[in-house]
Design a protein around this ligand. Structure first.
Ligand code: NCD
Length: 491
């Protein structure tokens, strides 16, 4: 499959081969000089719609298009577009796609890029959708890591800071899992990776995840690993599931201790090759909730650089930094963040070349491959019932344009993964459309209705409101009868 005409909404939309191909093309552009590509995009128009602040992403996309000989049209203030008059994002994109060959979108709602890809007549590239994903930043991040460390396989990378709302972290974590890197998640106070991400990393990417003690990484909080308190700092360690993983860890000098329920290990220094730091995403939090207390958020200071085990690391940051990296680090060769921002040009040029087919297609032809989000499990598209659990999801913000689409994740408890924002909801009830009866979710496996024939409800009140009445599940066993009785009591 080629990238021609395809939208890039999630890092999942690019295979490892396609990512490597973009990197090879970026290498070639740097080698030959980026001016060598100056005629490839003549006559092409890129629309950049940036409804949240941006410096690097918008300007590097526009510079990349200019370097290819194409042009950009840009809207970077929602107040200056018809969105301010109440126009939907879906309509905005439908119109802009008539004026351009591709759209680059940044928007504050999770899943907005996907909605745009569904309505656009040209490919859409996600330049950050709320707290969800930022796949092209991931390309710059991986490219920098590959340049500095040659390979991603087995590379030990610490992702630090706002892991909950940092969209660059989300896309990068999935990509690192796919390239079989080892990741330490080192959150600022309360800013851990969301549970739905953790489950997906384990379920869809076969990653193995354990809670560990931060050990040497306590230094990022101004603490010593020997100090009792310092060593209480928690991290999460993610490894690709491969044989001999445990023996690898002990060989490399970490301390391993078996406890009854889980294995604890302490991170030692020599293994870590890269520290990727992010800023607290204050704009995505309830006002006043986010106080950056001293010693609770990971930071790179000149003291951290003095630690002998960090001699050969590289320090990355998607930027903008606030105070996570002290300016004293800038002079140090280990700081890779400005280089990383610079790679935005060859990487985004390479991506545009592939998506627009520059250099090998008729310049007038606009191609768009219809967008579908990847999912491993069964998909349901209920017309009514349960909503996405995430208030910032585009499916809640533009419900008349977004389709309700969920992947059924059938584990210990059934969950519905929203295919716009990835949040998972746990419905307690389901209703059968034909009979208009509703049942407790535990009965789904027994009744086995076809997925097209059911809707999910968060509560009985929601089911009743939708016109459903309580069903009697005659499951033919004593256990089911007692379950039925118990359900009756609950109500
Ligand atoms: C990031 C973003 O917008 O998500 N910036 C970027 O694109 N390089 C990171 C951030 O804003 O913290």
């Amino acid at each position: 499959m080629t990238l021609l005409g395809r939208s890039i909404v999630s890092i999942d939309d690019l295979s490892n081969e396609e990512i490597n191909d973009i990197f090879d093309l970026a290498d070639a552009l740097l080698e030959k000089g980026i001016r060598s590509a100056r005629n490839l995009g003549q006559g092409r128009v890129l629309a950049t719609l940036f409804f949240e602040p941006s410096t690097r992403t918008r300007l590097s996309f526009e510079a990349a298009m200019a370097r290819l000989g194409g042009q950009s049209i840009s809207a970077w203030d929602a107040q200056a577009t018809s969105l301010a008059k109440g126009e939907s994002l879906a309509d905005t994109v439908r119109v802009v796609s008539k004026y351009s060959d591709a759209i680059v979108l940044r928007h504050g709602w999770d899943g907005s890029a996907q909605l745009a890809a569904e309505y656009s007549e040209v490919p859409v590239i996600n330049a950050g959708d709320g707290a969800h994903e930022h796949p092209t930043q991931t390309l710059c991040d991986l490219y920098t890591l590959r340049k500095r460390h040659k390979t991603l396989r087995g590379l030990k990378v610490a992702l630090c800071g706002d892991l909950e709302k940092g969209r660059t972290i989300h896309s990068l974590a999935f990509a690192l899992a796919r390239f079989k890197a080892n990741v330490f998640f080192v959150p600022g106070n309360g800013k851990e990776i969301p549970d739905y991400m953790r489950r997906r990393l384990e379920r869809d990417y076969s990653a193995r995840i354990r809670r560990v003690r931060a050990g040497i990484l306590s230094a990022l909080f101004g603490k010593s690993e020997d100090d009792e308190i310092g060593n209480q700092v928690d991290a999460i360690y993610m490894t690709p599931t491969e044989p001999n993983q445990l023996s690898l860890i002990t060989q490399e000098g970490t301390t391993l201790r078996d406890s009854e329920t889980h294995i604890e290990l302490t991170i030692s220094g020599t293994e870590i090759k890269a520290l990727y730091v992010t800023r607290l995403q204050k704009e995505r939090s309830v006002e006043g909730e986010e106080e950056d207390e001293e010693g609770k958020y990971p930071k790179i200071t000149k003291e951290v650089l003095r630690i002998p085990e960090f001699r050969d690391i590289s320090i990355l940051h998607p930027l903008p930094r606030v105070d996570e990296i002290s300016p004293e680090v800038d002079k140090d060769a280990r700081g890779a963040y400005f280089e990383q921002a610079g790679y935005g040009i060859p990487i985004r040029m390479a991506l545009l070349i592939r998506i627009l087919g520059l250099g090998y297609r008729d310049a007038d032809e606009v191609l768009r491959v219809p967008y579908t989000r990847q999912a491993h499990g069964k998909i349901v598209e209920p017309e009514m019932g349960i909503q996405c659990a995430n208030r910032s999801c585009i499916s809640r913000r533009e419900p008349s344009f977004a389709r309700r689409r969920y992947e059924v994740v059938d584990g210990d408890a059934l969950k519905l993964r929203c295919l716009y924002c990835d949040f998972e909801a746990s419905p307690s009830w389901f209703g059968v459309l034909k009979s208009r009866k509703y049942y407790p979710i535990q009965f789904l496996h027994k009744l086995k209705p076809s997925l097209e024939n059911i809707v999910f409800f968060p509560s009985t009140a929601a089911a009743v409101k939708a016109g459903f009445t309580k069903g009697q599940a005659n499951l033919g066993s004593r256990k089911a009868a007692s379950q039925n009785k118990a359900e009756a009591l609950i109500q």
